[in-house]
Design a protein around this ligand. Structure first.
Ligand SMILES: C[S@@+](CC[C@H](N)C(=O)[O-])C[C@H]1O[C@@H](n2cnc3c(N)ncnc32)[C@H](O)[C@@H]1O
Length: 268
């Protein structure tokens, strides 16, 4: 993390993440973003797959796999094997049942577990994959070290994540991260530095922040256009909190203070 723009780290735990994704907030995120709970849906999954070199023989680990939407898309389209790892039981159960429903269980399995202590042997996977979720992880260095451990030599780490771009007042940063329950966000340069430290060669590093801002507006419109239905499903309190929090993200994204990045690295 760039020391000049670093924000205070917040004390969110895996228990806080579980509470979100076991409950109505997790459901609301699916309503706004779709079954692939990341910016850009299937289209973005295909871009990442192309850049990661996913093919039929690939053995992919999706770290923070949530409902398993990307895992099913990858298995269906590229016929690769995917393991999904997620720390929230409801997400894992839902991912398993949707995968059975789609007849893809022969290619995909899901494990309940923490990305900071991956329940896999060293050198298991060709690709470690992540989409817009590692912002929840309390220790990005340890996460990338674990990714390196479970990858085969020559394997690829490919991920997108929500990032911090610019300097923010402590209060602004704290409000944004608190709304999402992020302990902190990395910067794009910060991720590059961690990857290099953990013996990855950088293949690609892209700032996707303009597109991120556009998507923040889309989610805000989705929330506001669906106001009545959302209030009747989740209650007014949740709607108002979501609207207030999302608006802060829209403003910060428009100012270029927060965004999204894509990184591809190779384990040497
Ligand atoms: C935004 S969703 C992920 C979306 C998913 N990557 C996709 O594209 O559909 C965040 C997920 O990260 C999981 N998560 C957060 N911290 C985790 C950790 N330390 N270990 C494993 N899973 C974690 C949550 O349980 C949740 O399901």
């Amino acid at each position: 993390m760039n020391k000049n723009i670093e924000c205070k780290r917040l004390d969110f735990t895996i228990g806080d993440v579980n509470e979100i994704y076991e409950g109505p907030v997790g459901q609301l995120w699916e309503e706004l973003m779709g079954e692939e709970i990341h910016v850009g849906g299937e289209k973005e999954t295909d871009i990442l797959a192309r850049k990661a070199g996913i093919k039929r023989t690939s053995c992919v680990l999706d770290v923070c796999s949530a409902l398993g939407g990307p895992a099913r898309h990858l298995a269906r389209k590229y016929e690769c094997k995917v393991t999904g790892l997620d720390a929230t039981e409801k997400m894992v159960n839902e991912a398993v049942s949707r995968t059975e429903r789609d007849g893809l269980s022969h290619l995909i399995n899901f494990r309940l577990g923490n990305a900071l202590d991956m329940p896999f042997h060293a050198g298991t996977f060709d690709t470690v994959w992540g989409q817009d979720a590692w912002c929840y992880i309390t220790d990005k260095e340890r996460l990338i070290r674990e990714a390196n451990r479970v990858l085969k030599t020559g394997g690829v780490i490919a991920f997108t994540d929500w990032i911090q771009n610019g300097k923010m007042a402590d209060k602004e940063c704290e409000e944004l991260n608190t709304f999402m329950a992020f302990p902190y966000m990395e910067t794009l340069d910060g991720y590059e530095e961690i990857l290099r430290q953990k013996d990855f060669v950088i293949i690609e590093k892209e700032d996707l922040s303009k597109d991120f801002a556009r998507h923040c507006h889309l989610y805000q419109n989705g929330l506001r256009n669906g106001k009545e239905k959302i209030i009747s499903n989740y209650g007014k309190e949740l709607y108002l909190a979501a609207d207030e929090g999302l608006n802060k993200w829209v403003v910060a994204a428009d100012k270029g203070k927060v965004g999204r990045g894509r990184l591809i690295g190779k384990k040497m």
